[in-house]
Design a protein around this ligand. Structure first.
Ligand code: ADP
Ligand code: MG
Length: 273
């Protein structure tokens, strides 16, 4: 092995920012020179290590930027426990075509049925897929927009919430919104309309949203935009949190098939069901 050439290649690795290739180079080359591996195998080891490490770092950064409250995945979701949804449908969503088509996904259902779990699982899939993703509760979003408005920086804050390919708004309807909140939420949903995907979770059926927002007009204008290109998934059944407390488990109502609302943009492939 020529020391001079090795030094030169190590220098290239530094310039090309391939530290793991540089670190492994002497050992992998020695193996190849002894005839234990082919040149192609040596290259595969060197580049494979670098690529995997970079991918891991990229995913870690994306996950930390996405502000997720926890990491949840579809594989850990017990579909038998959640009538009204099926695995194939969620797996189709996890392929993220809905994000590319700028459609919305709404998870509805009582507390503890896995709405946030599924929203997070799709967010994790989006991070893996390299899509800019951000998770926030609606209450937190409204607080942040109101504070920005007071500082005269509403436009910039709205811009922050519109720049992500996928925005998750968790817990619509759990807490009453501060005065001015529904209006700001409407501005955000309008700004993202047909420009970026939203995943929204709510424990309240749509007919109660007027009451949730204290304003029927805003609620219906908001729902109009949200539902135009949207997949609505109703989850029935009992709280997973209380699954071991038999007394708390109410008998399950019959599953209701999830509905798709609106038409996908022309030419868009239809999501498998
Ligand atoms: P929701 O948002 O509907 O109130 P969560 O998604 O927060 O409910 O679920 C509550 C807890 O139960 C979470 O820890 C979640 O991971 C878990 N969970 C809920 N449903 C399921 C399920 N079907 N399979 C596995 N875990 C579940
Ligand atoms: Mg939740």
């Amino acid at each position: 092995m020529s020391a001079h050439l090795l030094e030169q290649v190590t220098g290239y690795c530094t310039r090309l920012r391939l530290p793991r290739v540089a670190a492994q180079l002497p050992a992998v080359l020695a193996q190849a020179e002894r005839g234990e591996t082919s040149l192609l195998e040596a290259l595969a080891t060197l580049l494979g290590t670098e690529a995997t490490a970079r991918e891991t770092i990229r995913l870690k950064t994306a996950l930390s930027m996405s502000h997720l409250p926890a990491v949840k995945v579809l594989e850990d979701f017990d579909f038998a426990f959640a009538p009204g949804i099926d695995r194939a449908r969620l797996q189709a969503l996890a392929s993220l075509d809905f994000v590319r088509r700028k459609e919305n996904v709404l998870f509805l259902g009582p507390p503890g049925v896995g709405k946030t779990h599924l929203a997070i699982a799709l967010a994790v899939a989006a991070c893996r897929g390299g899509l800019q993703t951000y998770f926030t509760s609606v209450a937190e979003l409204v607080t942040s927009l109101l504070a920005a408005q007071q500082r005269g920086q509403l436009a910039a804050r709205l811009q922050f919430y519109t720049k992500h390919a996928l925005l998750i708004l968790d817990e619509v309807g759990y807490l009453p919104l501060a005065p001015g909140g529904p209006n700001l939420l409407f501005q955000l949903v309008s700004a993202r309309y047909e420009r970026g995907s939203l995943i929204l979770t709510s424990n309240k059926p749509f007919r109660d949203w007027g009451q949730v927002f204290g304003d029927e007009v805003i609620a219906s204008a908001l729902l109009d935009r949200l539902l135009h290109h949207a997949v609505v998934i109703n989850i029935r059944g009992a709280s997973y949190r209380l699954r071991d407390q038999g007394a708390a488990l109410a008998p399950e109502p019959p599953p209701v098939p999830a509905k798709r609302r609106g038409r996908p943009p022309r030419g868009a492939p239809s999501e498998g069901r």
